[in-house]
Design a protein around this ligand. Structure first.
Ligand SMILES: CC(C)(COP(=O)(O)OP(=O)(O)OC[C@H]1O[C@@H](n2cnc3c(N)ncnc32)[C@H](O[C@H]2O[C@H](COP(=O)(O)OP(=O)(O)OP(=O)(O)O)[C@@H](O)[C@H]2O)[C@@H]1O)[C@@H](O)C(=O)NCCC(=O)NCCS
Ligand SMILES: Nc1ncnc2[nH]cnc12
Length: 288
């Protein structure tokens, strides 16, 4: 099979599992887009630090990605015995997914990082009966570490340039390491915040902050350099040190963080994608 092979089963005849995983991925992206408040990011209040984005556009982009996620899950089901072939196949689907995203968003990069992260995760989830987040993320990490012969040697994107300039791993490093910020930061924070009685939207904002506190987010680095990354990490840590956004002091610290990011005109897009990845794994684990 080559990278351009047609899918083996028409998407609308895909097994229920592939369709369910695609629905979970879209739902996780919509949940992330609509989660409010988020610092610097698009939410129900507005476009944050962006001029060309809005929550309806983010939701339209998420829905346009359903076929790509379904095809990746299908590939995960059908090519579970050959990781190199599977990696090549999902690379091709991922690039087609990026084209679908650009068509839906009018040429704006809404979800490139999310296609990468959630695409690897739905593929890994489809390929096994395992529903534990850590196991799925570890499998996705193994796929990410396999070279894709169909990928360009360099993308020239802002994230790639930021990785080189600042010596960080970015989206590739995160995936190759098995999504540590999802497994060791976002999901434990979600569990902790729910257990202490935070409202669900507060628990999710706290999970986003837990990712932001240490992530080498190339969206922040590309627009605002180290100063922006440090401001975001430090601000997120301060909110969490106050007990999270649900507490009065945490809310004040959140407002300070938001004002800081607004002044710097930056947005933690990579952390937003990883929150969506955590929400996807949370849905899969809970069997929703
Ligand atoms: C490997 C790829 C991810 C390609 O990576 P590359 O570095 O070439 O591309 P970028 O798009 O620049 O960066 C990757 C995106 O990943 C998100 N991200 C950033 N940091 C991290 C991190 N530490 N961990 C995880 N994810 C991270 C981030 O995505 C979000 O931000 C996007 C908006 O970014 P940008 O365009 O810079 O936007 P603005 O600041 O708004 O721009 P201006 O308005 O200023 O112009 C948004 O899309 C979010 O999703 C980074 O953008 C991968 O894409 C790849 O190789 N794909 C090929 C297909 C494939 O192999 N697929 C495998 C199966 S899925
Ligand atoms: N809510 C959001 N706002 C801006 N960029 C994003 N990338 C992914 N989610 C985003």
């Amino acid at each position: 099979m080559t990278a351009r092979d047609p899918i083996l089963i028409p998407a609308d005849a895909a097994p229920d599992l592939a369709l369910a995983l695609a629905d979970h991925a879209v739902a996780a992206l919509v949940d992330e887009a609509m989660l409010t408040p988020k610092p610097g990011l698009v939410d129900l209040r507005g476009a944050g630090a962006h001029r060309d984005l809005s929550w309806p556009l983010m939701c339209a982009s998420a829905c346009a990605l359903r076929p790509a996620f379904g095809q990746m899950a299908l590939a995960g089901l059908l090519i579970a015995d050959d990781d190199a072939r599977l990696r090549r196949r999902i690379g091709a689907i991922g690039r087609d997914g990026e084209a679908a995203m650009m068509a839906a968003s009018g040429g704006v990069n809404t979800h490139r990082g999310a296609i990468w992260a959630l695409g690897l995760l739905v593929t890994a989830a489809a390929g096994s009966t395992e529903r534990e987040a850590r196991t799925i993320a570890a499998h996705a990490g193994r796929l990410a570490r396999i070279a894709d012969p169909g990928a360009p040697s360099t993308t020239g994107h802002k994230g790639e340039r930021a990785c080189i300039e600042h010596g960080v791993g970015g989206a590739r490093g995160q995936a190759r390491a098995g999504f540590p910020h999802v497994i060791d930061h976002a999901l434990p924070m979600l569990t902790l915040a729910r257990a202490r009685g935070d409202a669900e939207h507060h628990a999710r904002v706290n999970a986003l902050l837990a990712v932001m506190a240490t992530l080498d987010d190339t969206c922040l680095l590309a627009r605002g350099g180290r100063k922006a990354l440090d401001a975001a990490q430090d601000g997120a840590r301060r909110v969490l040190a106050c007990g999270g956004i649900a507490t009065p002091n945490g809310r004040r610290a959140f407002d300070v963080l938001e004002a800081r990011l607004r002044r710097l005109h930056v947005s933690p897009g990579g952390a937003a994608d990883l929150l969506a990845a955590a929400l996807l794994l949370d849905r899969i684990e809970r069997g929703e």
